[in-house]
Ligand binder design. Structure first.
Ligand code: NAP
Ligand code: GLV
Length: 320
């Protein structure tokens, strides 16, 4: 199916053929891409001709069996673990992930909400209210509240920066060394241990890879101080859900905010739904902004067409 193209203003330009394959909102993506990349011919569906680029979110695996001439694949999400699991995904062309595309500011909002809720003890006051108990607690200074951020990429680094600017004491952990003003940056197993030991709140912004799957097991979550909270905004499989429930039940973990789960949608019988100290959202911590995403994809397609390098290309060995 040809999806149409906007007027080009007369200039003779090469016409890249771009296939859009998304499980939802295909028409929105087409509209935004047609505005941002008017020189392209846009297609959707299995009857599309052989295309130069594919812009995808949860595509059919059969897409890659028929589209054999792609020069690059653009993921509309920041996380590419789902795409990398598709056996037909071509290995020899760039797979390009979303870089921020409006998501970092939403992640900052979520992180600030969770941090303020814990720092100002709003959950405790809610419990007091339910028991009709008047029990003021002493004030604390923001720089006494230690927050750890796992993953300092496009999203985690922005969160770490924002929380540090707000005055919290922030540490971050990444694979390679980072420098972020007022953030203690750690790497490696020792760095992780140090960070966990001091973090009253742990924010998870790692990609799901072979190296990070199950990283937050019972032992590592148990290294957090008693009463700490865990906020998982990345992928459910990064932490052991059963171990988290045990640690919530025995009081080691005070509260958790979960936006992502091993199985989504979360099955209705899952204990997280009814656990008093689990706060849940349905994988909405940060949604790709269609306009910004289309602008990013358009700019990168132009760079590739001009033979220039682009950022955001997934390192297939590192899996992110
Ligand atoms: P990114 O830019 O690729 O950053 C990933 C960060 O994780 C980098 O700092 C990286 O270290 C670090 N990292 C990767 N493997 C590691 C390891 N083995 N040990 C230590 N650090 C490691 O990704 P992003 O754009 O910030 O997104 C992060 C994740 O958030 C995505 O992969 C996705 O799963 C999730 N996400 C969720 C939502 C939602 O709505 N819930 C929305 C968007 C994204 P280096 O800096 O050294 O490479
Ligand atoms: C959403 O989860 C994304 O990876 O963009």
């Amino acid at each position: 199916m040809e999806l149409g193209r906007l007027e080009q203003g007369g200039k003779a330009v090469k016409t890249p053929k771009v296939l859009i394959s998304t499980a939802k909102e295909q028409e929105d993506w087409r509209r935004e891409l047609s505005v941002q990349l008017p020189e392209a011919d846009l297609y959707a569906g299995m009857d599309a001709p052989i295309c130069d680029y594919a812009v995808v979110r949860k595509p059919e695996a059969s897409l890659f069996a028929t589209q054999t001439q792609l020069k690059a694949i653009f993921s509309l999400g920041a996380g590419v673990n789902g795409l990398l699991a598709i056996p037909t995904l071509p290995k020899d062309i760039p797979l390009v992930r979303m870089e921020d595309a409006g998501m970092a500011s939403q992640m900052v909002e979520y992180a600030l909400y969770a941090a303020l809720r814990q720092f100002r003890r709003f959950s405790d006051y809610r419990q007091d209210q339910l028991r009709a108990t008047w029990s003021p607690r002493p004030a604390r200074s923001r720089n006494e509240f230690c927050i750890g951020v796992l993953g300092l990429g496009a999203l985690g680094a922005e969160i770490a920066r924002a929380l540090a600017q707000f005055g919290f004491r922030v540490s971050g952990w990444s694979r390679t060394a980072k420098t972020i003003p007022d953030v203690t940056c750690e790497q490696g197993d020792d760095g992780l241990r140090r960070m966990l030991a001091r973090s009253e709140m742990l924010l998870v912004l790692l990609p799901l890879t072979d190296a990070t799957r199950g990283l937050l097991d019972e032992t590592r979550m148990g290294q957090l101080p008693v009463g700490a909270s865990i906020v998982n905004l990345a992928r459910g499989e990064l932490l052991d859900e059963n171990a988290l429930i045990s640690l919530l039940d025995n009081g080691h973990i005070g509260e958790t905010h979960l936006d992502v789960f091993e199985h989504e949608p979360l099955p209705s019988e899952h204990p997280f739904w009814r656990h008093p100290r689990v706060r849940m959202t349905p994988h909405i911590a940060a949604l790709t902004d269609a306009r910004l995403a289309a602008r990013q994809v358009a700019s990168k397609i132009r760079q590739l067409e001009a033979g220039h390098p682009i950022t955001g290309v997934v390192d297939r060995r590192a899996q992110y």
